[in-house]
Design a protein around this ligand. Structure first.
Ligand code: ASP
Ligand code: MG
Length: 438
């Protein structure tokens, strides 16, 4: 069994839904995870915003606008009056439900219910379409099996057991369709796996059913070796190790949600990134296999601030780093990169909300320097420390660009460098030219 997940743009119009239907009707009884149609979750967030602000008219206007879009989708997607009617009733029931929230108190709890409607609608529409075309597809209600625990983490035991039961009850289906993103929490309330969480759904399901593959379908040919918006001549990476993919996803490769990697990695289920617009393209395969000594890809993280604390007292003294890190912890500010010398430490953060207070407190322990508008450039590949030469080729590629920090040794899969935002394009281009397009 495979799990196939299609993102919002892949189901963004009636035409795209029909393309997806062709891709999923392979004769295999797979599980298909769908996002909401593109723009829908954002609209639902905006509707919620009006409701928080106690502006029911604003919300109603947005709801009507969104509902109108679905009227068009229905006309285009279904060919028989019978199914058009069924779909209209379905959509109406969801939008009527959303409208009920304009009358009452609106809290975080209600917002989650509103957000859940996007995936409930898209999956129901697809299921109806498949039924219209004669496919015996069955909807698996995510709200009955996808669940988080008291720490808001997915509960794999519950998911596995519930899903197995539902699949068994529907063992004669041709195909299963289910909602990404949505779940119930430990208290049984409707909740979600955070924005972009449908990838996570797919990988949790993959782990629960011990799938032989998890496919994430988007509209790009897999994970690229550099940012195609910034650099010319990028290419999809054919194979990535789970750890390499995790580094790239954390460092901003938008194609895959970072949380998606872990369940797949723990259960050793390969993840394939594919393109709905070009289904025959090989895409990227993420697995446990490692390609010895190869540098795979580059990702970046923008809006970084570097903070250096230099202190004569650090020399041969214990506890200096703890005190420094504690300050960041006190202000709930995560640190991304760290480099040290015998007399000081540099760290980077991407959340500057408490920068002034942090700097104030750090001044107790040393001289503080702040560099804003920086970018972390993360070079990913097989970088075991006894592999030779990878550091040299990375640093050499950047020989004409000022580098503020270099970090290696935290993992066997990446070298991170900090450069000025104004040098980002040049740095990425230089790395691509030297590492990939020799
Ligand atoms: N529909 C949700 C979102 O837009 C989940 C997803 O698409 O992955 O964030
Ligand atoms: Mg999405």
């Amino acid at each position: 069994m495979k799990v196939l997940k299609f993102g919002s743009t892949s189901v963004g119009s009636a035409e795209r839904m029909k393309d997806v239907a062709k891709l999923i009707c392979t004769g295999d009884r797979n599980i298909v995870v769908l996002s909401a149609m593109s723009g829908t979750t954002n609209s639902l967030v905006e509707i919620s915003d009006y409701l928080y602000k106690k502006n029911p008219d604003g919300a109603n206007e947005m709801i009507n606008k969104l509902a109108q879009k679905y009227d068009v989708h229905i006309e285009e997607l279904y060919s028989t009056d019978e199914y058009k009617q069924k779909a209209k009733e379905l959509i109406k029931s969801h939008f009527d439900y959303i409208r009920t929230f304009t009358k009452d108190l609106f809290t975080l709890f209600e917002e989650k219910v509103v957000l859940a409607q996007g995936e409930l609608i898209s999956t129901n529409m697809m299921n109806l379409y498949l039924n219209e075309t004669g496919v015996k597809s069955v909807l698996l209600p995510a709200l009955e099996y996808m669940r988080t625990d008291k720490n808001a983490e997915p509960d794999p035991v519950y998911i596995k057991e519930k899903l197995a039961n539902i699949l068994e009850e529907n063992s004669d289906a041709d195909l299963y369709i289910t909602q990404g993103f949505i779940c119930r929490n430990a208290y049984g309330e409707i909740d979600n796996l955070q924005r972009g969480g449908s990838d996570y759904t797919a990988s949790l399901i993959g782990a629960a059913v011990n799938a032989n593959e998890i496919q994430i379908w988007t509209d790009i040919n897999g994970m690229h070796n550099n940012d195609p918006r910034v650099v010319d001549k990028t290419a999809p990476v054919r194979n990535l190790h789970f750890e390499e993919a995790a580094e790239l996803a954390y460092f901003g490769a938008k194609i895959l949600h970072p949380t998606c990697i872990l369940p797949a990695k723990l259960n050793n289920i390969p993840v394939r990134l594919l393109n709905t617009m070009q289904p025959e393209a090989p895409g990227t395969l993420i697995s446990n296999a490692i390609e010895k000594s190869s540098i795979k890809a580059i990702a970046t993280k923008d809006n970084i601030t570097a903070i250096k604390v230099k202190s004569g007292c650090m020399l041969l003294v214990t506890g200096f780093l703890r005190k420094v890190f504690e300050i960041f912890e006190n202000y709930q500010t995560p640190i991304d990169m760290v480099t040290t010398s015998e007399v000081g430490v540099s760290v980077t953060i991407d959340n500057c909300k408490h920068l002034d207070e942090i700097v104030d407190d750090l001044k107790k322990y040393g001289t503080v320097t702040v560099d804003k508008d920086m970018v972390i450039v993360c070079v990913v590949g097989d970088m075991e420390w006894d592999n030779l030469g990878f550091e040299a080729s990375i640093v050499n590629a950047l020989k004409d660009i000022p580098v503020r920090m270099i970090s290696y040794g935290g993992s066997n899969y990446n070298v991170s460098l900090l450069v000025k935002a104004t040098d980002k394009q040049r740095a990425l281009q230089a790395l691509s030219t030297h590492l990939f397009n020799k």
